[in-house]
Design a protein around this ligand. Structure first.
Ligand code: CU
Length: 150
């Protein structure tokens, strides 16, 4: 009987296939920071993810400008489960599909749920919003980042 249970357990785990988008998510936060006319940046400006894990990346704008968070190379290396918006802890919007870039207004945030599928080092994370005072785009003022998928 004992061997039968071991035998059953061994083969039942072998034949299990898993929906990778239904794991418990690893939670990460990136802040969009800065001040008009002074600087703009991602904090942290380097993000590291592992393939096959589900992530809930909160993109939180704590600055006085709107910002983009986008990297084409990163977008091509992940499977997006959804973009989610919550208001007062209540879900209000879910967006599904391939996402290349998101734009977040001051004091707002969103969650990007995704599973990395391809490894790489992507240095094209940037924000192309123009600063009202300097007339430079935010990436020229420091808003650049790197995403690494291991
Ligand atoms: Cu920006």
């Amino acid at each position: 009987m004992k061997y039968l249970i071991i035998y059953f357990f061994f083969f039942s785990t072998l034949s299990l296939s898993v929906d990778l988008t239904r794991q418990k998510p690893i939670v990460k936060t990136v802040y969009l920071k800065g001040k008009v006319g002074v600087n703009h940046y991602y904090d942290p400006n380097e993000l590291i993810f592992l393939t096959g894990k589900l992530y809930k990346l909160t993109i939180k704008n704590v600055s006085d400008s709107k910002h983009y968070f986008g990297s084409d190379l990163f977008a091509k290396s992940i499977f997006t489960r959804k973009i989610q918006l919550t208001r007062n802890t209540k879900k209000v919007v879910e967006i599904k599909g391939i996402i290349y870039e998101v734009e977040v207004w001051p004091n707002e945030e969103l969650e990007w749920w995704f599973v990395p599928i391809k490894t790489g080092i992507f240095s094209d994370l940037e924000c192309s919003v123009i600063d009202n005072k300097t007339k430079l785009n935010h990436s020229e003022m420091g808003m650049q980042g790197k995403i690494i998928i291991k």
